[in-house]
Ligand binder design. Structure first.
Ligand code: 5GP
Length: 209
């Protein structure tokens, strides 16, 4: 009999520069039954970012039309500048077909997902130290120093939310952080409440023997 193969709604957050994107990309490369939700945003693409792969890049008007149509599972304005949102249809489709979906979203979005989907699994990726986070942000080299400062300040605000997550994974050594995240996913699939159908089948099998 199979362990529960129903899809998990996985929310992965963490400060900019912590390496959550790298962890998530490895998870989806290794596990064909895990998909990445592609968010919509009104921010400009960074060099190398592709529309429909990293984000769906939208104008303000397009984004606000999607809000009005109820197309988002959650959305918000991050850094008081740009909209970011999770399109609902992809997530619901994948979950209903038994695949797990990762939402790489900020802490506020995560809280909204948790309220709407109490069985979502919230994982916070933390840096080994704040000084290490700052140096990763600087070395990434994709933002101006002003933006880096703002993101670093935001990191402290994001840490306030860690206690509302289900798990915290320190990204000290990338391979270890990936392994820890895979172990969380594996353990979550084994939770008794996610395996009710399988347990009932075991119990019901007695008469057939
Ligand atoms: P970035 O501009 O660096 O790609 O993302 C900025 C922040 O927006 C990150 O904290 C990221 O997790 C968050 N974010 C990306 N997509 C979404 C989304 O769909 N919803 C919410 N609430 N936050 C998002």
């Amino acid at each position: 009999m199979n362990q529960n193969r129903k899809g998990l709604l996985l929310v992965v957050s963490g400060p900019a520069g912590v390496g959550k994107g790298t962890i998530n990309n490895t998870l989806i490369e290794r596990n064909s039954d895990i998909r990445m939700s592609v968010s919509a945003t009104t921010r400009a693409p960074r060099p190398g970012e592709i529309d429909g792969v990293h984000y769906f890049f939208k104008t303000e008007a397009e984004f606000e039309k999607m809000i009005a149509e109820g197309a988002f599972l959650e959305y918000m304005r991050v850094f008081d500048l740009h909209y970011y949102g999770t399109p609902k249809s992809f997530v619901e489709q994948e979950l209903s077909e038994g695949r797990s979906v990762i939402l790489e979203i900020d802490v506020h979005g995560a809280m909204r997902v948790k309220a709407a989907y109490p069985d979502a699994v919230l994982i916070f990726i933390a840096p080994p130290s704040m000084s290490e986070l700052k140096s990763r942000l600087i070395h990434r080299g994709t933002e101006s120093s002003e933006v880096i400062e703002r993101r670093f300040e935001t990191a402290y605000q994001e840490l306030e939310f860690v206690k509302q997550y289900d798990y915290v994974v320190v990204n000290d050594i990338l391979d270890l952080a990936i392994a820890r995240t895979e172990q969380i996913i594996s353990a979550e699939r084994c939770r008794v409440y996610r395996n009710g159908e399988m347990i009932e089948k075991l119990q019901g099998g007695r008469n057939a023997l």
